[in-house]
Design a protein around this ligand. Structure first.
Ligand code: B12
Length: 419
């Protein structure tokens, strides 16, 4: 069995072929072949917990090929990977790592800004009380810069050509058994740790405050839709209204986003943060990604209470989390369990999703309190709304174009209203 990465095209391995040679396209692999092969295997089952890795790129660096190859290899080794996307700042990466309770940050640097941004990331983590979190850095790192990066606090450096199994091993070596308390890490870091422990069925520290948030909204999709962008927009809108002192909008908003865990490796790719522009949303929002098998939401009630209790009694930027969105894995017609855990369920649909007969089948459409037709600017929208009217009864049908923020306020108002 194959237990390595094979890269038929040498340029894909990033072995140093530069732009001068046409980006290294010497020999083209046939399009019928994947450029990489990697055996899916749980390489982390022996660790105290599934490693959680934040993979990110800081600064104006658009080279995302390598980071995607790493993300897949880590996922296919049983690791939970949170990919933050491009154009992150040292601060946004540090916040993500703290909120997601990661074991390690893997920063991929190809824009020659490693000597500036790497140390800044280390500084941000220390400022947040999570200086214990190791920063690994890889990509185009000249050998002569590596001692300086290490002196400035970067734990490990990797250069192009590093094997994927070596990266998996490095991530494994960063995993330490989780302590129940995080000294000096502040309320949010502690909340993140509490959630990890509860989600993994481990013992929670005594004295953790618990309170169910004022409003818990489930957001699910059928069959596929851009719900993440919609949630990001609603969170932004909530924050704006709450800061403006609008009646009914108090405290802060949080998101718990579930993604599927591989039945083969137990790995997961938690890509939800990609859709949320944390640089503009600010730090007030707590966002947490979690992997689950099927519809196993057994830990959700306690997680919700921990979020609600975490900042209870605090005010302003540190105020309590009064609204929590729960994003489900979605896309299954009979994915209906989430209804038991939330106050209101919004089902997000998109035009062109299927014929009207599908609408009459039992399942996800029955649990909707609100229907949201997203991508309402796409062909087939009128037909979707017409077909939905036949099954919706008195339930609201709202239209949004989440990418432009259109219709978002109406959805937020509807899900906040008491049934
Ligand atoms: C493909 C490529 C591109 C593609 C990018 C496609 C994409 N979506 O990613 C395109 C054509 C768009 C591009 C554009 C540019 N590129 Co270019 N590009 C490359 C090239 C040829 C290969 C990169 C690659 O994909 N490798 C394959 C992947 C699988 O490997 P990898 O990225 O190296 O990742 C591996 C390892 O490095 C490691 N790794 C990477 N990150 C991390 C992180 C951690 C924590 C760990 C553990 C490991 C690790 O693991 C991966 C798997 O082994 C390199 C040269 C080279 N041979 O490296 C230049 C290169 C990276 N590009 C370069 C430059 C300058 C540019 C441009 C600025 C050119 C220009 N003037 O317009 C633009 C900038 C684009 C942007 N928006 O940022 C320079 C960077 C120089 C530097 N930093 O000092 C390089 C090195 C070329 C050179 N020799 O000058 N580029």
């Amino acid at each position: 069995m194959l237990d390595t990465m094979t890269v038929p095209n040498s340029s894909a391995a990033g072995t140093g072929t530069g732009h001068g040679t046409g980006h290294g396209v010497g020999h083209r692999a046939p399009l019928s072949h994947a450029t990489t092969e990697f055996e899916k295997k749980d390489r982390c089952g022996d660790l105290p917990h599934r490693p959680r890795v934040l993979l990110g790129k800081m600064g104006l660096d658009g080279h995302d090929r390598g980071v995607k190859v790493i993300a897949r290899a880590l996922r296919d080794s049983g690791i939970h990977v949170i990919y933050s996307g491009l154009w992150q700042t040292p601060r946004s990466l540090a916040i993500s790592a703290r909120d997601e309770d990661c074991d390690v940050i893997c920063a991929s640097m190809m824009s020659n800004s490693h000597l500036v941004l790497g140390p800044k990331l280390v500084g941000e983590l220390r400022g947040m009380g999570r200086g214990d979190l190791p920063v690994y850095m890889g990509g185009i790192l000249p050998q002569e810069d590596i001692p300086q990066l290490k002196d400035l606090g970067v734990a490990r450096c990797f250069t192009t050509g590093v094997g994927l199994l070596d990266i998996v091993e490095a991530v494994r070596s960063a995993v330490r058994a989780r302590s129940a308390t995080i000294g000096g890490g502040g309320l949010t870091a502690q909340l993140a740790r509490d959630i990890s422990l509860v989600h993994d069925g481990k013992t929670l520290r005594s004295g953790a405050k618990k309170r169910r948030p004022r409003r818990v909204v489930g957001i699910t999709v059928y069959p596929v839709s851009l719900k993440k962008k919609l949630v990001a927009q609603m969170v932004s809108e909530y924050s704006r209204r709450s800061k403006g002192g609008e009646a009914g909008f108090t405290g802060r908003a949080a998101v718990v986003a579930f993604d599927p865990m591989s039945p083969i490796t137990s790995g997961a790719l938690l890509g939800d943060r990609l859709r949320v522009d944390f640089n503009s949303i600010g730090e007030g929002v707590y966002y947490r990604s979690l992997a689950i098998s099927g519809e196993d939401y057994h830990a959700l009630p306690e997680i919700l209470e921990l979020i609600g209790g975490a900042s209870e009694g605090e005010s302003g930027e540190d105020g309590a989390f009064d609204l929590v969105f729960v994003e489900t894995v979605g896309a299954g017609q009979n994915e209906t369990k989430i209804r038991q855990y939330v106050d209101t369920t919004a089902v997000v649909l998109t035009p062109g999703m299927g014929d009207a007969v599908q609408m009459d089948k039992a399942g996800i459409l029955e649990i909707a309190d609100v229907f949201v037709c997203n991508k309402a600017d796409h062909p087939g929208e009128h037909e979707l709304v017409r077909d939905l009217r036949d099954v919706a009864g008195r339930r609201a049908i709202l239209e949004t174009v989440a990418t432009r923020g259109e219709g978002v306020s109406e959805v937020l108002e509807r899900v906040m209203a008491r049934p």
